[in-house]
Every structure is written in C-alpha cells, then in structure tokens.
Design a protein around this ligand. Structure first.
Ligand code: NAD
Ligand code: IPM
Ligand code: MN
Length: 359
C-alpha cells in the first residue's frame, strides 16, 4: 500500500527518536512491499526559531493531507521562560485540536525482562496490561486563560458531547479486551467531573457487557501503584490522563518505553511517544527510541490498518527488550543507534520467518 506520513521531529531528543522510528518504518515497507513517503515538517521550539510560530500553517496543511503524523517531542529550556509570549507546547496542542484527535490511547505493559527496574515488587507487576484512554482536546488545556500581575486562571470546561465521544471510544476498546472500564474523575469536588461521571454512567447502558467502575483521581494514583494488574481500560480527562500515564510509565521501567495514538473521527491519526524532549540527554545519542518505534506500530495498526506489520514491529521490540541491547534509562549502555540496529535485525528475522504475512 501507499501511505503519506508527515514526520514532526520537534525538539530535544525528538529528532533522534523520530529518525529511529522512520528507519523501522522504511525497513518494514521494504519487507512487506509498501510505499511510505515521509514529509518532514517543523513544530514546537524549532518552528518558533525558524518562523516565529510553534505550528506553522505549512505544517498543519501537510498534516491535514497526510495519512498519519508521527511526532517526536516539543519543548525545552530555551523556550520555557514562564513569561515567553509563545511556547512550543502551543504547537502540539494546536495540532491535536486541529486534527480533532480527542482520544489518546496510551497502552501500558510491563516487559518481564524489565520488571526489576520498576519501583514495585515483581509480583505486583504480573499481568499488568492497561490501556489508558486520555481525553485530549478538552478540559483545562483548552479553556479560557487569563493573567494579570497578581492573578491567573485556567478555565476547565467539558461538554456532554466531548465526554460522550471519548467514553464511547473507551467502552468499545474495553469490549475488545477484558471488558472492564475504570472511569477516573474528581466528582467529589469538580463540577466538570460530575458531568463526566453522569455522562459515563449513561453511556454505560449502551455497553451492558462492560463492567464499569468509577475512581477518584487521588485514590487512582495510589491504586495504580498498589494493584496495577486490576485495571483494563482506564478513561479520564486530559490533565488527569497526562499525570497518571507518566506515573504508569514508571511501572514499565522508563518513560522512554510508552507509545501513544491520538485518534478522532477523521482519517488522520497522530502518533507520539508519551515522553517529552528530555533536554537532559538531548543530542547525546542515548535516548530510548522504543516508545517512538512502538508509536509507529500503532500508526500502522490504527491509521493504515496494517495489523500484521504492527505486530512485526511489536515482536521485534519484544525481542530486543528481552535480549538487549538496552539503553541507559533501562539499565544498559546502548545508544539509540545500537537499539535501532537490534530492532532492525529482529525485524529482518521476523519478516523472513513469516513470509505468509507479506501482503
Ligand atoms: P521528559 O519526558 O522530557 O523527561 C523526563 C525524564 O525522562 C528525563 O530525565 C528524561 O531524560 C527521561 N526521558 C524521557 N524520554 C526519554 C527517552 N526516550 N529515553 C531516555 N530517557 C528519557 O519531561 P520533562 O523534562 O518534564 O519535559 C521536558 C520538555 O518536554 C518540556 O518542555 C515539556 O513541555 C516537553 N514535553 C513534551 C512532550 C511532547 O512533545 N509530547 C511530552 C512531555 C513533555
Ligand atoms: C504529553 C505532554 C503534553 C501534554 C505537553 C507537552 C503539552 O506532556 O503529551 O503528555 O501535557 O499533553
Ligand atoms: Mn505528559
């Protein structure tokens, strides 16, 4: 198949991990006879430096015409002055809003070979397999903002329609898994959370086969550490989802491991690792590319419907996490290129061992 993929390497380690994922997609296209074209565009701090804008019009237009978008990371100390008039992160938020990708899927699994890196005891990590569905285009991220010399406000707003669509997506995903949905809110305090909870309760009647529970976000932060294997699909609002998924990444062993897929009603999906630009290690060639390579697998699955190819990448990553080499964040000495080389080699082996999967 032919597919147009826009790449947005962004800032910090973004270009390093994006290049690794593109190399994997190119190798995969060769193995399976696909034609992927890659169109690199600016976003974030590098876009501010080049054009003054974090999301240049040319970048947005390219993304809207693409089959899928693969993003590295945006931001960094150079652009982080709290009084700066324009910020890299505005580019990412603007892109998510413009693409209408309201459902951010963040899967969490703990690879057995990495279980010792987790702060939790090994036995608590058995069977951990959680799919977070983070609402991505609403809440405090997108409400009105005000700032005077002595006061600032961030409006947190949700409409019923915004909650309904992400809840339906989460229920449908739960239906294809272990049929359990945990909805996380702060309904004991926040009006938006009460609207969230009553909407999720109503949508639950459309999915009688899915078992639903509601958790308050503070206790959920604790439960994720004490009983992580209890959870299947976890749906929550934008800010809670941002925080809980970085916490979840610690269970897997590193923030560098977790991928994400951001989906809406339109064809174009946005794929990015959940980590940021990692300024402390940027430019050193040591960033873990696994989260971005797994995001490329999600791109194949959700935007291009290439399930066998997605599985091939996941199998290659599984092999490398099992056998090494491991990057520094997961206790090894390998650089980004060493990990990439091992993934490409594992992919070669997988593709030639499974010729029936070729399309
Ligand atoms: P971060 O995720 O960039 O880094 C947190 C820690 O995790 C650092 O110690 C970093 O070295 C480590 N880490 C992250 N990714 C790694 C990888 N692939 N391999 C090895 N180690 C990795 O979070 P931060 O430091 O709080 O934020 C830095 C900047 O990134 C900020 O400007 C923030 O806004 C931005 N950010 C962007 C995105 C995104 O573009 N999607 C996501 C999160 C943060
Ligand atoms: C993420 C990041 C972003 C977010 C920032 C960079 C805007 O932390 O993708 O998790 O908060 O959504
Ligand atoms: Mn985040």
């Amino acid at each position: 198949m032919k597919a147009r993929i826009v790449t947005l390497p962004g800032d910090g380690v973004g270009p390093e991990v994006t290049a690794a994922a593109v190399a994997v997609l190119q190798a995969l296209a060769g193995h399976y006879g696909h034609e992927f074209s890659f169109d690199e565009q600016l976003i974030g701090g590098c876009a501010i430096d080049a054009t003054g804008e974090p999301l240049p019009a040319a970048t947005l237009a390219a993304c809207q015409q693409a089959d899928a978008v693969l993003l590295g990371a945006v931001g960094g100390p150079k652009w982080s002055d709290p009084n700066a008039p324009v910020r890299p992160e505005q580019g990412l938020l603007g892109l998510r809003a413009a693409l209408g990708v309201y459902a951010n899927l963040r899967p969490l699994q703990v690879h057995p070979a990495l279980a010792d890196l987790s702060p939790l005891k090994n036995e608590r990590l058995q069977g951990v397999d959680v799919l977070f569905v983070r609402e991505l285009t609403g809440g405090a991220y997108f409400g009105a903002k005000t700032r005077t010399d002595d006061t600032a406000t961030d409006e947190c707003k949700y409409t019923v329609a915004e909650v309904e669509r992400v809840a339906r997506r989460a229920f449908a995903l739960a239906r294809g898994r272990r049929k359990q949905l945990t909805s996380v809110d702060k309904a004991n305090v926040l009006e938006t959370s009460r609207l969230w909870r009553s909407t999720v309760q109503r949508i639950a009647t459309e999915f009688p086969d899915v078992k639903v529970e509601h958790q308050l976000v503070d206790s959920m932060a604790m439960l994720l550490l004490s009983q992580p294997s209890r959870y299947d699909v976890v749906v929550t609002e934008n800010l809670f989802g941002d925080i809980l998924t970085d916490e979840a990444a610690a269970l897997a062993g590193s923030l560098g491991l977790l991928p994400s897929a951001s989906l809406g009603e339109s064809r174009v999906g946005l794929y990015e690792p959940i980590h940021g630009s990692a300024p402390d290690i940027a430019g050193k060639g040591v960033a873990n590319p696994v989260g971005t390579i797994l995001s490329a697998a999600l791109l194949l699955r959700h935007s291009l419907q290439l399930e066998a190819e997605a599985v091939a990448i996941e199998a290659a990553i599984d092999r490398v996490l099992n056998d090494g080499p491991h990057s520094r964040d997961i206790g090894g000495q390998a650089g980004t290129q060493d990990v990439l080389d091992a993934v490409l080699q594992a992919l070669d082996g997988y593709a030639s061992a499974a010729p029936s999967l070729r399309s």
